[in-house]
Design a protein around this ligand. Structure first.
Ligand code: C2E
Ligand code: CA
Ligand code: CA
Ligand code: CA
Length: 280
């Protein structure tokens, strides 16, 4: 823990040791996971707020560690960032999303745009845009079929640099969403400069809608108004109840995503439930 000993950690804290062992196990496991097929992508649909029509899907990384079992991406992405494995892991995600999208196209399934999450270190990675554009091109897809999501706090950390990076991506035809919006501190000037396509309202505000108070509603209304003024679409994520969906719709939210509509699911299930694929 940060508040530990003089050097910033306690040598004899067993929980510290457990955590270090777990981190090591994750790090080692990731090394082989990149080759042995134990990583996969799940897909969660994004729906049009009014019509309910499918507008896209977010790709979410899943991994089952041989000994630890299912590990949350929140945990193993963090490890990969610290161990320097994030570049390869991130490329795997882009390649796999493109492979899947290619497959759906080849089988005549309705086209969807896929959103891919980028971690803080990944977006700083020099040459990422060329790599991504190369992967998309090699799969015979257009860059406009892939969207990227970066969190608000990450985007604002070095907003000047983010502006340049996003501009580079846009020049290649990629669009962006600002994820977990409302939890960081946005500079409105930069929000405008980023020229992203979507703002994704953090689940925290969406779930607060159920408590019935006036505040969450007012905050969401303000975010939607701001986004629309800047020409952006608003996506609400973490929509779990009908009451939330109804409130969001009344507020003019463009897209909704969440367990109420569907949980993230394996590609085969997504095809069947969302793309109308018929399996023999
Ligand atoms: P995120 O990008 O904010 O993704 C939304 C998270 O909320 C996902 O968790 C999703 O499964 C979950 N979720 C969706 N609908 C609901 C709902 O109605 N209620 C609740 N309570 N949760 C909902 P997940 O899949 O565990 O991913 C966690 C985070 O890990 C993501 O947060 C993202 O930051 C990161 N992540 C996932 N896949 C990738 C990836 O391929 N690359 C990178 N860099 N990060 C990823
Ligand atoms: Ca996301
Ligand atoms: Ca989010
Ligand atoms: Ca999040």
């Amino acid at each position: 823990a940060k508040d530990g000993g003089r050097n910033g950690y306690r040598c004899y804290d067993p929980s510290m040791r457990d955590r270090a062992m777990r981190m090591l196990a994750i790090q080692r496991g990731l090394q082989t996971a990149l080759e042995d097929g134990s990583l996969s992508l799940h897909f969660q649909p994004k729906h049009h707020g009014d019509t309910g029509a499918l507008v896209g899907a977010e790709a979410l990384l899943r991994w089952c560690h041989p000994e630890l079992g299912a590990v949350s991406p929140l945990e193993f992405i963090g490890v990969a960032e610290r161990s320097g494995q994030i570049a390869r892991l991130g490329e795997w995600v882009i390649r796999e999303a493109c492979r899947q999208l290619r497959d759906w196209h080849d089988r005549g399934l309705a086209p969807v745009r896929i959103a891919i999450n980028l971690s803080p270190m990944q977006i700083q990675q020099p040459g990422l845009v060329q790599t991504a554009a190369g992967i998309v091109g090699a799969a015979g897809l257009q860059t406009s079929q892939i969207m990227f999501e970066v969190t608000e706090s990450m985007a604002m950390r070095d907003a000047e640099r983010t502006t340049a990076i996003l501009q580079d991506f846009r020049a290649h035809g990629f669009e962006f969403a600002i994820d977990d919006f409302g939890t960081g501190y946005s500079s409105l000037a930069y929000l405008q400069k980023f020229q992203v396509r979507q703002l994704k309202i953090d689940q925290f505000f969406v779930q607060a809608l159920d408590q019935g108070g006036h505040e969450p509603r007012a905050i969401i209304a303000a975010i939607i108004e701001l986004a629309h003024t800047l020409g952006m679409e608003v996506v609400a994520e973490g929509v779990e109840t009908q009451a939330q969906a109804t409130a969001l719709r009344a507020l003019g939210c463009d897209q909704v995503q969440g367990y109420l509509l569907a949980r993230p699911m394996p590609a085969a299930e997504f095809e069947r439930r969302c793309l109308g694929a018929v399996h023999a």
